[in-house]
Design a protein around this ligand. Structure first.
Ligand SMILES: Nc1ncnc2c1ncn2[C@@H]1O[C@H](COP(=O)(O)OP(=O)(O)OP(=O)(O)O)[C@@H](O)[C@H]1O
Ligand SMILES: [Mg+2]
Length: 256
């Protein structure tokens, strides 16, 4: 890290004792743990324009939620915008992604208990009263299709225009909108003390179609009936149809 960036970070965190690049990295950013006298912070840095935009959006969401402790997310500390990169500083949360926790679990019972708790966690979130600060204008799904179109036109996605046209023709009938995470994979929730307790990677958090969260939540075990059963013991409010799952997981998600 260059000196000028370090100084800007220290303005927020206080004097840095140690920086450790995390073993578990995401796809779109670089994450490090920063230790200072005051505690631990998570530094998330992005370099590509598309991902920098997501990081700035994540900062906006975290900042809004700082004043609303009803949704479990990391605390926001600051965003540093450089010429070629952006850097988000949030609280470091002790825990591991659900992906890591499932890999580490030694018994089927433990894995099932983790997945059930994920279902419960998402159920609670989708049933919660919508926060005013997360509401957005217009229809969420239409908005996502427009963003996807933009990505296609600017060469920022591997997915094709033909898929987008297919999705436009096959839009599922609308359901009641809820607060959504917007990228609700098992990589983007943290397990603390054996339970899913926290959302991370929250750039897409807004009010939208809960079937998107549900589809991404189950995508890694969609073909495992035992895991699906325990997920739906926790998530009882709705069960996506095969068509809805395909629309969201093999369709819309391809553009992001
Ligand atoms: N606040 C936090 N506290 C502790 N660890 C965190 C925190 N935020 C992220 N992490 C760790 O960093 C990893 C990557 O974080 P994150 O999902 O935000 O990155 P990403 O690059 O956006 O991921 P994606 O692959 O979804 O694009 C997580 O799996 C988790 O292990
Ligand atoms: Mg992630």
């Amino acid at each position: 890290m260059n000196e000028s960036l370090q100084r800007k970070i220290e303005n927020i965190t206080g004097s840095i004792h140690k920086v450790k690049v995390l073993d578990e990295q995401g796809w779109t950013s670089e994450v490090s743990r920063i230790s200072t006298e005051d505690g631990s912070f998570l530094l998330k840095s992005s370099y590509k324009e598309k991902y920098r935009e997501w990081l700035r959006e994540e900062a906006r969401v975290l900042q809004k939620l700082n004043k609303n402790p009803v949704i479990p997310v990391p605390d926001y500390f600051g965003l540093i915008e450089e010429k070629d990169s952006d850097h988000l500083i949030m609280s470091f949360e002790e825990g591991m992604s659900l992906t890591a926790a499932l890999n580490k679990a030694t018994s089927l019972t433990e894995k099932k208990s983790l997945i059930r708790s994920f279902g419960r966690f998402l159920q609670q979130f989708h049933e919660q009263e919508q926060l005013e600060c997360l509401k957005c204008d217009g229809d969420w799904l239409e908005g996502q299709l427009s963003v996807a179109q933009n990505y296609v036109e600017n060469g920022q996605t591997g997915a094709e225009l033909s898929l987008l046209n297919h999705l436009r023709a096959k839009k599922p009938a609308p359901v009641k909108q809820t607060m959504i995470h917007g990228d609700c994979t098992i990589d983007n929730v943290l397990v603390i003390d054996g339970e899913v307790r926290l959302f991370i990677d929250v750039a897409g958090m807004t009010v939208g179609d809960p079937r998107y969260d549900e589809s991404l939540a189950i995508r890694k075990f969609f073909n495992n009936p035992e895991y699906l059963t325990v997920f739906y013991e926790g998530y009882t409010r709705y069960r996506v149809t095969n068509e809805e799952f395909k629309f969201f997981d093999e369709g819309l998600y391809e553009f992001f």
